[in-house]
Design a protein around this ligand. Structure first.
Ligand SMILES: NC(=O)c1ccc[n+]([C@@H]2O[C@H](COP(=O)([O-])OP(=O)(O)OC[C@H]3O[C@@H](n4cnc5c(N)ncnc54)[C@H](OP(=O)(O)O)[C@@H]3O)[C@@H](O)[C@H]2O)c1
Length: 313
């Protein structure tokens, strides 16, 4: 089968599409998905660079990629609720070496769900990781309530743009940070207030908030403690807690590791099919250009998700 693989760590150019990668077969608890489309995420860049080796050592050649949409090709022992040919979307193991940038990918059944009916494969593949990440942060961790105030950092990004929409669905007042060129886009998602991170200091504008959802990290995370009211909560996708700041501001800090499950995917699917949630796709690359897709994600400041079309059908 065709698969975009690496044979060592390095720049995005080490990702090469092979025509004769072995087709995986379904282990217990897994489904083999005939992949129609996959999406690239910042985590895939980390894997290519070797930065995820602490989590898992790859054996080479390794097929990359997590997000996918396609059809069920084979069902492993113990899996219930799926049928061969069913249209699905979800998340392959992006650090397992048998990822989604391939014609066939093994996926844990718990990380797979029926594809939104309103989306084609390319648009559906863009959804799973960003959808589940935003849902886990806002619903599971923050339990965001109507009229609470939340600041979303990176409101134009993959996760942030979904978070802005879910927060509005939940009835919250939403401020978001974004680049000047993205301000109108983030407003169009429903944000009540958008702060241009390049020319404005959010810490001078936002005060006494209930929650911060940080998808940026670094100094942005560090400065976010001060915008919360006592008892408030920060969820960060990238930063770790500074216990002294948590104590000084009397806030809770949660470092999120996204753990996708079928309930989250089903909730996200419901929002998409009802028209309440949109995920923007910036550019679609063929599988043969997977390396260019990852380079575009890394350096092109995409306005939306970068998708890899695996099959033309
Ligand atoms: N912990 C986990 O389980 C987990 C899971 C998924 C993702 N992540 C991580 O979460 C992060 C976000 O992922 P993503 O897919 O949403 O990435 P993304 O699509 O690249 O979005 C990041 C956004 O942040 C914006 N940005 C950069 N600097 C900013 C600043 N100082 N203030 C406000 N916005 C800023 C970027 O805009 P520009 O174009 O202007 O730079 C971009 O729109 C990544 O680091 C990713 O690795 C973690």
């Amino acid at each position: 089968m065709k698969a975009a693989q690496i044979s060592g760590y390095g720049e995005t150019s080490v990702l090469v599409t092979s025509a004769d990668a072995p087709k995986p077969s379904a282990e217990a608890g897994h489904v083999i998905v005939a992949v129609q489309a996959a999406a690239a995420n910042p985590f895939d860049l980390l894997v290519i660079s070797g930065g995820a080796q602490q989590m898992a050592q790859l054996s080479f050649p390794a097929t990359l990629g997590g997000d996918l949409a396609g059809t069920v090709a084979e069902i492993g022992e113990g899996v219930v609720g799926f049928s061969v040919g069913q249209q699905v979307y979800g998340m392959a193991n992006a650090i397992g070496g048998h990822g989604s940038f391939a014609e066939f990918a093994p996926v844990k059944a718990t990380q797979l769900s029926a594809k939104p009916e309103s989306l084609d494969y390319a648009n559906a593949a863009a959804v799973p990781l960003v959808g589940a990440s935003a849902y886990q942060a806002l619903v599971t961790h923050l339990q965001l309530q109507p009229n609470q105030k939340i600041l979303v950092h990176g409101g134009a990004g993959g996760i942030g743009s979904v978070a802005v929409q879910i927060a509005k669905q939940l009835g919250a007042y939403v401020a978001a940070t974004a680049a000047a060129s993205d301000v109108e886009f983030v407003k169009s998602l429903g944000a009540d207030e958008v702060i241009d991170y390049q020319t404005q200091d959010f810490a001078e504008i936002v005060h006494d908030y209930d929650a911060v959802f940080d998808t940026v990290g670094g100094e942005t995370a560090t400065k976010s403690y001060a915008v919360l009211k006592p008892g408030g909560t920060i969820v960060s996708m990238t930063a770790h807690e500074d216990p002294e700041l948590s104590k000084a501001h009397n806030v809770t800090f949660i470092s999120q590791f996204t753990q996708m499950n079928q309930d989250m995917l089903a909730a996200v699917t419901g929002m998409i099919d009802s028209g309440a949630l949109h995920v923007r796709v910036d550019k679609v690359f063929p599988l043969e250009a997977a390396s260019e897709a990852l380079e575009y994600l890394k350096t092109g400041h995409p306005h939306g998700k970068v998708v890899i079309q695996v099959s033309a059908t």
